[in-house]
Write a protein that binds this ligand. Structure first.
Ligand code: ADP
Ligand code: MG
Length: 576
């Protein structure tokens, strides 16, 4: 708990002097506001009931003082509103950057569990609520405390019995605020859930619109949507009812207080225990005592939402990146590209049954090895251990004889290139997307890489060539074109180790042929592991390793494995 609290306040640190000036300003304006009714009392009581021959002069003086107070209040509030919010926004922005940087370091296992949408709301909504709390929290509490205590003391000084009478009403207001606070918070939370349901329904239905239409299920979708929409409406209705009830019962008590003051005040005037100016002062100050209670509701919601936001922020920040550099990590020198698995076992965190069991395997520098086997055997998993996307549970993986756990992560991952079945292209131009393979590459190097990947011609046919935008608002590329860009990326990266995981599985025969040629070019001179479903793709690999759920079942060349008449021969027979 304590470290969390310290962490919460640590974000004030860079802006401490600014923050203290904002608080001081807020204190000054609060006091200035408090003085105002006192001046009214001074005019009505001391000046107008005194010697009228000098009164006018004094009235002008007080008027001047009021102008000064107004200036102090509004300039002060301007500073508080502007700079206060700026500090909140700066703190929020610092936290957002910190969170994003931290997320970049978290390993694959984290992203297996977390949904992107939820992570995005952490980066945006949660922190927005927090910036409000950081800024308004201390400032509001101070402002309302000063006003309440100030007004109470002044009124008590003017007329104690009437002040106590007013004070007796306050617990009711407090209880009312607390009761409705709970009810309103619940209602607001329900609103958020229900609007979330509406959004989910829209997203689900619209992203699957082609299936909706092909199954002619529009009516079903409309029905589901209307249901979610109606539920959202119901919950808003309840919220509005609670709000209306709250504001108006509160208002009723406030009016009761005012009536009490007028009636008892007038009675006191009749009994000569109070005079008219003091009654006026009373009426002016009542608001100062009531406002903090009225705001209690808002402030407690702000606190709750801010604290929840901070907890959600810390939930992610407290996750240690489980795959990190050791303190004396080795920067990998130029490597030959030998890969060795020694008795490697692995399972995914949440599924305890082993995916890989005691795998031992040695791949020579420059070797072209195919990995085949039934789907789910662990081929992809095995390859993802080499760049340490996951760490093996048992055993060691070595590159050129060095345990990957001892290698600097960046230098390790720079030496390994992947071409996968699904290609991810980032928002940006074709040029930017190829440059992702090597940020330092020149335009000429990028064009050369695209030519190697058989991508140059189709790129030149795009509306803006290499400067064509890709993605939502840009050009749409076919699966084969995307794959060629991803191959160009790896050409540019130029890694000594290459992993091709079902790189052509999703493509039609025509694209496969073109891409196979560029993959063969890419594999030249690199240690290559190729995973392929279609055995025709890997027939001429130097060595074929057959991985099943029980481990490495057999290995050898295509002809050797056929002659063995084992798992491979079986797989082959089913495909041809
Ligand atoms: P292959 O590439 O041979 O088809 P995978 O390595 O993808 O097999 O998967 C091996 C096993 O591990 C499968 O049972 C699969 O369901 C499981 N698996 C794969 N990826 C994950 C993951 N990220 N989290 C949990 N289980 C996974
Ligand atoms: Mg796979």
């Amino acid at each position: 708990m304590r470290p969390t609290v310290n962490k919460f306040f640590s974000y004030y640190k860079p802006y401490l002097s600014m923050f203290i000036s904002v608080l001081a300003c807020s204190l000054i304006t609060s006091v200035a506001t408090l003085v105002f009714p006192l001046l009214v009392r001074y005019i009505t009581k001391d000046v107008l009931e005194g010697d009228l021959s000098t009164a006018l002069n004094e009235v002008y003086w007080v008027g001047g003082l009021m102008l000064v107070l107004v200036a102090i209040q509004n300039i002060g509030n301007y500073f508080v509103d502007y700079k206060g919010h700026e500090i909140g926004a700066r703190m929020e922005s610092d936290m957002r950057s910190e969170l994003f940087a931290h997320m970049q370091k978290l390993p694959h296992s984290f992203y297996d569990k977390e949904k992107t949408g939820r992570l995005m709301s952490r980066i945006t909504n949660d922190l927005l609520l927090l910036s409000e709390l950081y800024h308004h929290g201390p400032e509001d509490y101070m402002k309302y405390l000063v006003r309440f205590v100030g007004a109470f003391s002044i009124l008590f000084f003017i007329n104690a019995p009437l002040t106590i009478a007013v004070f007796c009403f306050l617990p009711f207001l407090g209880l009312l605020a607390l009761y409705f606070n709970k009810r309103l918070n619940k209602a607001i939370r329900r609103n958020k859930e229900r609007i979330g349901d509406v959004n989910a329904q829209v997203e689900d239905s619209l992203s699957g619109i082609r299936d909706v239409k092909s199954f002619a299920n529009e009516i079903v979708e409309i029905g589901k949507f209307d249901q979610a929409n109606a539920r959202f409406f119901e919950s808003r209705k309840i919220t509005y009812k609670a709000e209306a009830l709250f504001y108006n019962s509160f208002e009723t008590v406030i009016q009761l207080i005012t009536i009490t003051v007028i009636i008892f005040g007038s009675a006191s005037i009749v009994n000569a225990a109070l005079d008219l100016p003091d009654l006026l002062t009373f009426l002016l100050y009542i608001g100062f005592m009531i406002e903090p209670i009225q705001r209690l509701n808002h402030m407690s919601t702000q606190l709750q939402e801010g604290v929840t936001g901070f907890q959600r922020f810390m939930e992610v920040m407290n996750l240690k990146p489980s795959i990190e550099n050791k303190s004396n990590a080795i920067i990998l020198p130029e490597i030959h590209g030998e890969i060795e698995f020694r008795q490697v076992s692995f399972y995914y965190e949440e599924h305890l049954d082993r995916v890989l069991q005691n795998i031992s395997l040695r791949i020579q520098p420059g070797e072209y090895v195919a990995l085949v086997g039934p789907s789910g055997a662990g081929k992809t998993t095995l390859c993802s251990l080499i760049p340490r996307f996951y760490d093996a549970i048992d055993g060691e993986i070595l590159i050129d004889g060095i345990n990957v756990r001892n290698i600097d992560l960046e230098s390790l991952r720079k030496r390994i290139g992947f071409v996968l079945q699904d290609v991810f292209l980032f928002a940006g131009t074709v040029m930017d997307n190829i440059r992702y393979g090597n940020q330092a590459a020149s335009d000429e190097e990028i064009i050369a890489a695209a030519k190697h990947a058989n991508a140059h011609d189709f790129i030149m046919n795009l509306p803006n060539g290499y400067d064509s935008e890709i993605g939502q608002r840009g050009v749409k590329l076919s699966g084969g074109q995307k794959q060629r860009l991803s191959i160009a990326r790896v050409f540019l990266k130029n890694p000594p180790i290459l992993i091709l995981d079902e790189a052509t599985s999703a493509l039609d025969n025509e694209s496969e042929k073109i891409i196979k040629a560029s993959l063969e070019l890419l594999a030249k001179g690199r240690t290559t592991i190729i995973i392929a479903h279609r055995l025709s793709t890997i027939r001429n690999a130097g060595r074929i390793i057959v991985l099943t759920e029980d481990g490495i079942a057999e290995q050898g060349t295509h002809d050797e494995l056929l002659a063995r008449n084992g798992v491979y021969a079986n797989l082959y027979a089913t495909q041809f």
